[in-house]
Design a protein around this ligand. Structure first.
Ligand SMILES: *[C@@H]1O[C@H](CO)[C@@H](O)[C@H](O)[C@H]1NC(C)=O
Ligand SMILES: *[C@@H]1O[C@H](CO)[C@@H](O)[C@H](O)[C@H]1NC(C)=O
Ligand SMILES: *[C@@H]1O[C@H](CO)[C@@H](O)[C@H](O)[C@H]1NC(C)=O
Ligand SMILES: *[C@@H]1O[C@H](CO)[C@@H](O)[C@H](O)[C@H]1NC(C)=O
Ligand SMILES: *[C@@H]1O[C@H](CO)[C@@H](O)[C@H](O)[C@H]1NC(C)=O
Ligand SMILES: *[C@@H]1O[C@H](CO)[C@@H](O)[C@H](O)[C@H]1NC(C)=O
Ligand SMILES: *[C@@H]1O[C@H](CO)[C@@H](O)[C@H](O)[C@H]1NC(C)=O
Ligand SMILES: *[C@@H]1O[C@H](CO)[C@@H](O)[C@H](O)[C@H]1NC(C)=O
Ligand SMILES: *[C@@H]1O[C@H](CO)[C@@H](O)[C@H](O)[C@H]1NC(C)=O
Ligand SMILES: [Cu+2]
Length: 570
């Protein structure tokens, strides 16, 4: 079964205007790309264990969605699974198509078992490596795949062409059913258990039991340059990636070109993507590609066995002892800093110079008081409390209706518009407890949103807190990419902070440094209801989210169209 899955991974179904065409069709001048996504239950054997997982079209990872810049993409999603599901097109800006963004209960009701919903959007001015994943329950643990958007016909890449391109998609695998895992974790009040394995293209590799033959191998020729499209689709873990004896030259991050940056190791938070060039200039042999944990939080248990795949030179034999890639230690923040310091837009870019909407948002974990009558079962958080997380001390409560629909149709009672622009309490966020009371770890709950005028130039300072533990949080914004104009350690100090307004990287997910801050800027030019959240699934479930509502502008190109007639109902 595994071999079957491994081989079919290469054979995705690309339907162009109802015809099944080979992979080369992606280079044709078709303006629309049609896909059929069937959400199914698929039996897999991994780690000595056979179980049913949720997949798209029986593939794990799911099919690759290919398009070209400015192509229209149409994906018919049919839910043949017993679970509610939605699909999010992570990093696709969904200009004037917020209805198709995908986060459940934010822009749509879930597609219920037996139902169908067709997503339609345009890769407007977008190219590069992104990903799609389920945005409902914790199903994105197995329901994910790559998005590859090529430049328009005859437009070259920013870098010298590569001999071949390959997708490297990082994941986490649990033996436990993911819906059960989510249910158990959230009802326990504590943290979920670590994954049973990290994976590369769905394969745990030889470091885990029964996985010697469940290992991804990339066959290469010596003396060539390869483009790796590296995607972190893990549920909860930030991950280091390295290849033994081979440097990585980063040329793109989150689907935007960067100045070439050569490093020996990278870290990707869940939701982040990096395109890197690798040159096969070493001796014929087998080299390991390793994925291991980056854990910046204190006192958290995590999977610490790395996952390995092989970069296998033509002419090497399976008996060639592989060379192992040295991964940084799990808390090596310096490696991350090195990449961040070097990551620059290829330019020229025009981040907003003036700011109309200034937000300062603290991000971090909380522990709520136990109110359960069965604390031994339900209050397994720190000090017998219930784990939570918040932005500006508000833990986001998921509504039971599509917020976009509620906003659009002015249905009252599902959300408020009073998300604070600034923390209600100002103190030493990183090093001190609120009010100097270490036990004051609680947050308030609510479905609070922040309304932003169309065309507003927005700056958000994201500030990590140490209320429970400082930690690097990968914060993802839907509907817009943003310029990361600054970041630093400790508390944000406007006097001391230095900003890069010349060539900052243009991302959709920013790993806010542990115990530090990051400053992002963007123009709110896309009307709709946009989720902004930590991309560690458990933190999102605990409430580390907010919704930004961008109002309509004046012209036709500034107004959100009507909802699709076939949108699912709650
Ligand atoms: C492999 O299986 C053995 C025996 O069941 C167990 O003790 C060990 O922890 C397992 N190792 C891994 C990496 O899962
Ligand atoms: C792995 O594959 C090899 C070659 O096909 C086979 O000899 C070996 O028994 C397999 N090992 C496991 C653990 O399945
Ligand atoms: C990797 O890059 C570093 C400098 O960034 C260089 O010192 C090192 O020799 C390179 N290693 C390989 C294998 O090319
Ligand atoms: C880590 O957890 C242990 C046991 O729960 C606790 O005694 C210790 O204070 C914790 N350390 C930190 C730094 O939170
Ligand atoms: C890895 O995790 C195990 C179990 O949590 C722990 O016993 C071990 O010390 C850890 N190893 C390293 C190198 O951190
Ligand atoms: C990383 O963790 C190790 C072992 O827990 C600890 O000794 C070391 O001080 C940590 N380093 C940093 C930079 O936090
Ligand atoms: C949905 O949420 C609203 C607002 O919180 C609440 O009044 C209503 O009872 C909920 N409906 C259901 C079916 O849970
Ligand atoms: C967050 O809200 C809780 C509950 O109202 C309060 O106890 C706590 O002091 C607040 N913390 C901060 C940092 O505002
Ligand atoms: C699926 O979604 C519908 C509509 O929101 C909801 O009523 C139902 O409870 C959901 N089912 C599950 C299992 O969450
Ligand atoms: Cu987080």
């Amino acid at each position: 079964m595994d071999n079957y899955i491994a081989s079919v991974i290469l054979w995705f179904v690309l339907i162009v205007e109802a015809q099944v065409l080979p992979i080369t069709a992606r280079w044709s001048s078709q303006r629309s790309q049609f896909y059929d996504f069937k959400v199914q239950i698929t039996r897999v054997t991994k780690l000595c264990n056979t179980k049913d997982i949720v997949t798209v079209n029986g593939l794990y990872p799911g099919p690759v969605l290919y398009a070209k810049e400015d192509d229209r993409v149409v994906v018919k999603v049919t839910n043949e699974s017993p679970y509610n599901i939605t699909i999010h097109w992570h990093g696709v800006r969904q200009k004037l198509s917020c209805w198709y963004d995908g986060p459940s209960y934010i822009t749509q009701c879930p597609i219920q078992p037996g139902q169908t919903f067709t997503y339609k959007f345009t890769m407007e001015k977008q190219k590069g490596t992104l990903l799609w994943h389920a945005h409902s329950s914790w199903l994105r643990g197995t329901v994910y795949g790559a998005i590859v958007a090529y430049p328009k016909t005859r437009v070259p890449y920013s870098f010298k062409g590569s001999y071949e391109e390959h997708i490297i998609i990082l994941g986490e695998y649990w033996l436990k059913d993911l819906v059960q895992l989510e249910h158990d974790a959230l009802s326990s009040g504590g943290s979920p258990p670590p994954a049973d394995a990290f994976t590369i293209n769905g394969h745990p590799g030889p470091n885990y039991n029964c996985s010697i033959n469940d290992t991804y191998k990339l066959d290469v020729l010596p003396g060539k340059t390869y483009l790796l499209r590296i995607i972190n689709a893990a549920l909860n873990m930030e991950q280091f990636f390295a290849i033994a004896k081979h440097n990585l030259t980063i040329v793109e991050a989150d689907g935007a070109y960067t100045k070439p940056l050569t490093v020996s190791q990278v870290m990707l938070g869940p939701g982040q993507t990096i395109n890197a060039l690798v040159t096969t200039d070493q001796q014929i042999g087998r080299y390991s590609m390793s994925v291991g944990p980056y854990m910046s939080a204190r006192n958290v248990s995590f999977q610490n066995i790395s996952s390995i795949a092989y970069l296998q030179y033509s002419g090497s034999t399976p008996y060639n002892y592989p060379l192992f890639a040295p991964l940084p230690s799990f808390n090596d923040t310096l490696v991350i800093r090195t990449v961040m310091d070097g990551l620059r837009s290829l330019g020229p870019v025009y981040p907003p110079m003036e700011i109309d909407t200034n937000l300062f948002i603290t991000i971090g974990l909380n522990v709520q008081k136990c109110t359960s009558k069965t604390p031994l079962q339900n209050c397994k958080g720190i000090n017998g409390g219930v784990m939570a997380a918040s932005m500006n001390n508000v833990s986001f409560v998921m509504p039971n209706i599509s917020l976009l629909e509620a906003y659009y149709k002015k249905i009252n009672g599902h959300f408020t518009e009073d998300f604070p622009e600034y923390p209600l309490k100002v103190y030493d966020f990183v090093n001190q407890a609120p009010n100097d009371i270490p036990t004051d770890t609680q947050s308030i709950t609510g479905t609070r949103t922040k309304v932003i005028e169309y065309g507003s130039r927005v700056q958000i300072i994201l500030q990590d807190t140490g209320t429970v533990t400082t930690e690097n949080h990968p914060i993802h914004l839907h509907g817009h990419s943003f310029y990361v104009v600054g970041y630093g350690a400790g508390n944000y100090d406007p006097q001391a902070a230095s900003f890069n307004l010349v060539d900052p990287p243009y991302l959709n997910t920013i790993g806010v440094p542990t115990g530090g801050w990051a400053a992002i800027r963007f123009v709110a030019d896309n009307p709709g209801v946009w989720f902004m959240h930590c991309h560690m699934e458990v933190h999102m479930s605990w409430g580390l989210s907010v919704v930004l509502i961008v109002k309509n502008g004046q012209g036709k190109q500034e107004v959100l169209p009507h909802p699709p007639y076939d949108q699912p109902r709650c």
